[in-house]
Design a protein. Structure first.
Length: 330
């Protein structure tokens, strides 16, 4: 064996010897997946499905460990954990994500999406993919769009059927500048707060109300501290499945492709659970004694018209053409 062949063969022989010495076993990497609400809520069922698919499809190289119920902090903290690498994967609403990836904030504009099909079609298409691709420059890997749902207003004081009814109420919002600006424009006093603090704040009366999709209102048992639900559907709340770059970059290209597909399929299960909450949750809340006010299209239009000053600002901030591209998507 000449010197050149020897140089090539030695590392190969060494690595074979090492694998043999380790009994051929590959170390299994644990993927810590964190999210809010319980395992049977919309993020949770998606996370459980992802856990199953990783076990089935990734050759035992990876194992998903679930951290539900905000165990690893509110959504902003979980996203920070993904940036730092202390959390491998997160399923979160886009609420705080805009503070890390400003390009996603356009999705938080009130009354931008007509319905679930419209929102999912845009997010799963080129517009949505372009936003996911912006995450890497901000220290995050956004694998797939998931879903939180259309948000509605609850409060302990009075029925809300018009902006005038909402005026002066102290409403908890997510830590999201677009939502806060919209509520300020309506004359509401927005109080940004991480979700784990919301139940106690409502119970103590430090805020009068909050706004969230049915799945969150039901899963967080907000009926215990809120009397009125107004089905405003004032904003579609996307969610995103994101990963720590430290974890993602250690994966082979095949495993990266696999985890992206698994995130997409997990999001599909989440979306089904959101639809189930939309079907059953309102009746459940009504049966529990919540005073529920449906708003007509005309009444929702009054909210949209009252938001005109904010829309003018959003057009400047995000570009009217970009807003129209989303609004007019089929
Ligand atoms: O993602 O903070 C919120 O209101 C979110 O909708 C909730 O954490 C679920």
């Amino acid at each position: 064996m000449n010197a050149k062949m020897y140089r090539f063969a030695l590392p190969l022989l060494l690595s074979v010897a090492l694998v043999a010495a380790s009994g051929g076993a590959h170390a299994q990497t644990v993927l810590r997946l964190a999210f809010g609400l319980g395992v049977d809520a919309h993020y949770g069922v998606g996370a459980v499905h992802m856990q199953k698919l990783v076990a089935e499809r990734m050759g035992g190289r990876f194992k998903v460990e679930l951290f539900p119920d905000f165990q690893l902090g509110g959504e902003r903290e979980m996203v920070e954990g993904a940036q730092l690498g202390t959390i491998d994967m997160v399923i979160t609403s886009t609420g705080p994500v805009g503070n890390f990836v400003p390009d996603t904030l356009i999705t938080d504009i009130p009354f931008l999406f007509r319905d679930y099909n419209h929102a999912r079609g845009v997010l799963d298409g080129p517009i949505g993919q372009a936003m996911l691709d912006k995450c890497a420059a901000k220290g995050l890997i956004c694998l797939a769009w998931s879903e939180n749902g259309f948000r509605h207003m609850t409060n302990s004081k009075r029925e809300i059927k018009s902006p005038d009814d909402a005026k002066g109420l102290k409403i908890r919002t997510m830590e999201n500048p677009v939502h806060m600006q919209a509520f300020r424009t309506l004359g509401v006093l927005p109080t940004p707060m991480a979700f784990p603090e919301v139940f106690n704040a409502l119970q103590a009366g430090t805020v009068d109300g909050q706004e969230n999709p049915i799945g969150v209102i039901v899963s967080a048992k907000l009926i215990q501290v809120q009397r009125h639900l107004s089905l405003t559907g004032h904003v579609y709340s996307p969610a995103v499945v994101l990963m720590s770059p430290a974890t993602f970059n250690k994966m082979s290209s095949d495993d990266r492709k696999a985890i992206v597909q698994i995130a997409r399929e997990g999001a599909g299960v989440t979306r089904k659970r959101v639809e189930q909450f939309e079907r059953d949750g309102i009746e459940q809340l009504k049966a529990g004694g919540m005073q529920i006010r449906t708003l007509s299209t005309a009444e929702k239009l009054v909210f949209q018209n009252a938001l005109s000053p904010a829309y003018a600002d959003f057009a400047k901030r995000f570009g009217q053409a970009n807003i129209d591209a989303i609004r007019n998507a089929k």
